[in-house]
Design a protein around this ligand. Structure first.
Ligand SMILES: *[C@@H]1O[C@H](CO)[C@@H](O)[C@H](O)[C@H]1NC(C)=O
Ligand SMILES: *[C@@H]1O[C@H](CO)[C@@H](O)[C@H](O)[C@H]1NC(C)=O
Ligand SMILES: *[C@@H]1O[C@H](CO)[C@@H](O)[C@H](O)[C@H]1NC(C)=O
Length: 442
């Protein structure tokens, strides 16, 4: 619980202020912002860990092995819809001694590392082998923790045995001893390893997750990471920076979005804490036309930011309206498809936060998911059973996002890369740094 106490201390400066909970955000109280400056010193060799991300795509995930157990411990909020991240970002981790290379799906919607031992029981054995697996018998540092886990990932399920081993992450391959690893015995619809980077020991787990360990090993000072997934089809940098922010990925100030419901409330409501924030507007700008707003001025709806989801999920009526604007149609499975040529048109779908303080414009080229043999609309309807709205990779590509577990916020800017990295390291003073100093240089 030590970490929990630290977290609450981190909050105190904000909570003590009178207008702390007024909209758009408590970060307004940190002082007013002037013109963004480029003078702030950034260190080239300070405390952060950078890892590049690769595009991961599978077209054909089938069911795979059937579960023998039903004591599912939820590790993700995702409701049953599509196979986990059929098209998303992969992060390479070396596991064990000697290191075995595994490329896992980077998942902001879950919080632990789950990998496959041999791919024999994977939903798509061929895809699984391509991305690597982890054989505990080949590692001299693997320890069996003698416990079973099972995890529900929306459409996708995995169960197996807990191990602990040394992992190496990032471009510098820094060792992380005693990382908890779930080794799959059975899985359904999961075709590769998953690295969850949501809240760990602070709220969701009794053990330290990868992000927790990076902090306790002092590789980074604070549990914060930045994510730039990049444009669909490549052509722009794609990476995650633990403990730092790349100021060459956006322009101007970052907008803070408070985690809402607050973590303690989420724990009560959902049994776990995730990166949920309020969406406050939605619009479409068709090619050559003005923006059409799809929501009223007082609109507010909670969304989960989930890089493990290919699609964005909203209510069916809104999706139908967006579908009409893009000439999308439903296929036999009820998935909205759209002509791939639409990706070339100069239109966007626009997501607003903090009442128009920031609008992230997702170009059709990124919003329409290209599976090569067909294209799908980046937004699909939620199940009526599980109405959680999700901002998946089809949204995330257009944003530069800083997931801040110190201040319980997600900081956001339009993704706008402009050359060589210029990474600012974050400290215990990250709230003020992100509010005032860490501006984008593009
Ligand atoms: C998809 O998977 C099914 C079942 O494994 C297989 O029969 C089929 O050939 C696969 N299709 C493609 C395009 O790989
Ligand atoms: C867009 O809005 C502006 C200002 O309201 C108006 O002058 C212009 O004609 C509109 N353009 C189109 C294509 O509707
Ligand atoms: C999020 O939206 C809900 C419902 O409209 C509202 O009560 C809450 O104050 C909002 N939270 C934040 C942080 O803006």
């Amino acid at each position: 619980m030590a970490l929990l106490k630290l977290l609450l201390l981190g909050l105190l400066p904000f909570l003590c202020l009178p207008a702390a909970l007024s909209r758009p955000s408590r970060f307004d109280n940190l002082g007013s912002r002037g013109k963004p400056t480029s003078a702030h010193r950034t260190s080239a060799s300070g405390r952060h860990i950078r890892a590049t991300l690769q595009s991961r795509k599978v077209n054909n995930v089938t069911g795979g092995a059937v579960s023998m157990y039903d004591k599912a411990l939820k590790v993700s909020d995702r409701s049953p819809r599509e196979p986990l991240a059929r098209y998303g970002a992969g992060i390479v981790v070396a596991l064990g001694t000697p290191g075995q290379i595994v490329s896992a799906i980077l998942d902001t919607g879950s919080y632990t590392l789950l990998v496959d031992p041999d791919c024999n029981q994977a939903a798509d054995p061929k895809a699984c082998r391509t991305y690597g697996y982890y054989d505990t018998k080949q590692s001299s540092t693997a320890r069996n923790l003698n416990g079973w886990f099972s995890g529900q990932f929306g459409t996708g399920y995995m169960e197996g045995v807990w191990f602990s081993d040394t992992a190496y992450v990032g471009l510098d391959n820094l060792p992380l001893p005693n990382l908890r690893v779930g080794v799959s015995k059975w899985s359904q619809y999961i075709w590769a390893g998953v690295l969850g980077v949501s809240y760990g020991k602070a709220w969701n787990t009794g053990y330290q997750t990868l992000l927790d360990l990076l902090v306790t090993q002092r590789y980074i000072e604070v549990p914060i990471f930045s994510l730039g997934v990049g444009y669909q089809g490549g052509g722009s940098p794609s990476d995650i920076i633990f403990g730092g922010v790349d100021r060459k990925k956006f322009r101007g100030y970052l907008e803070p979005l408070e985690i809402y419901p607050y973590p303690d409330q989420q724990l009560k409501l959902f049994g776990q804490v995730g990166y949920r924030v309020n969406l406050t507007s939605l619009g479409v700008t068709p090619p050559g036309r003005n923006e059409t707003m799809l929501t009223d001025t007082d609109f507010e709806h909670n969304v989960l930011i989930d890089s493990g989801s290919t699609y964005t999920y909203l209510d069916a009526d809104l999706v139908a309206t967006i579908a009409r604007a893009l000439n999308a149609y439903k296929d036999e499975n009820g998935v909205y498809r759209v002509s791939c040529d639409t990706r070339n048109l100069d239109g966007s779908v626009n997501f607003g936060f903090n009442f128009y303080n920031i609008i992230v414009r997702v170009n059709y080229a990124d919003f329409i998911v290209d599976f090569e043999n067909y294209c799908a609309l980046g937004v699909q309807p939620t199940d009526s059973k599980n109405p959680t709205w999700v901002l998946g990779t089809s949204f995330i590509r257009a944003a530069y996002l800083i997931f801040d577990q110190l201040n319980d916020a997600v900081w956001i800017a339009q993704y706008f890369p402009c050359g060589e990295n210029e990474i600012a390291d974050l400290t215990k003073d990250a709230g003020r740094q992100l509010w005032l100093e860490v501006t984008g240089l593009c």
